[in-house]
Write a protein that binds this ligand. Sequence first.
Ligand code: FMN
Length: 199
Amino acid sequence: MSQPVLQVVIASTRPGRVGGHVADWFVERARVHGGFEVEVVDLAEVDLPLLDEPNHPRLHHYTKQHTLRWSETISRGDAYVFVMPEYNYGINAALKNAIDYLFVEWQDKAVSFVSYGGVSGGLRAVQMLKQVISALKMVPTQDAVVLPFVRQYIDEAGGMSVRVPSRSRPRRCSTSSRGSRGRSARSARLDLPAAPGGR
Ligand SMILES: Cc1cc2nc3c(=O)[nH]c(=O)nc-3n(C[C@H](O)[C@H](O)[C@H](O)COP(=O)(O)O)c2cc1C
């Protein structure tokens, strides 16, 4: 049986972003986990314009090639991890825009978060995002990775090293999602790497 597809969505599109480094770090661990086919979805590469569809996404009546491509991409995913910064105490515009484009593609699917930023580690953005994804009937995991003062983990070559206190153990969360292409409900377990400030 094929493995569920975990899409790791890089939310930041900024030149010089740290989001790519954080995503590389997480993707390596997700692949070692072995329970998923891991696919990276980089919003900088997807390069969506501001939402320009005339119809509500719930109608699934798309008129633009970029929307059709985006719909195909997200439909492949059974579960998602958003690697996300915090901008002005909230989610970054590129992520909100990308989410708003679609509806049924997200529905009933599991989602978790690798957030980062300054003192809050992106948690305020995650809380805001949870309100948004509830409108889409997505299923958030309670466990997540939180990286406060994220630059402390990134070396000059762009590598990331997160020292895990010896008493910390990877957090394990179980979730189920509807899956893509009409697959029936399936369970997935994700061992999230423990990180300082993680919960
Ligand atoms: C427009 C903007 C707003 C920001 N607002 C916050 C914030 O509210 N809280 C925070 O912890 N960091 C904030 N930061 C700092 C970011 O956490 C930090 O720049 C991080 O590297 C952004 O992620 P990125 O490099 O992947 O885009 C902000 C950065 C930018 C560019």
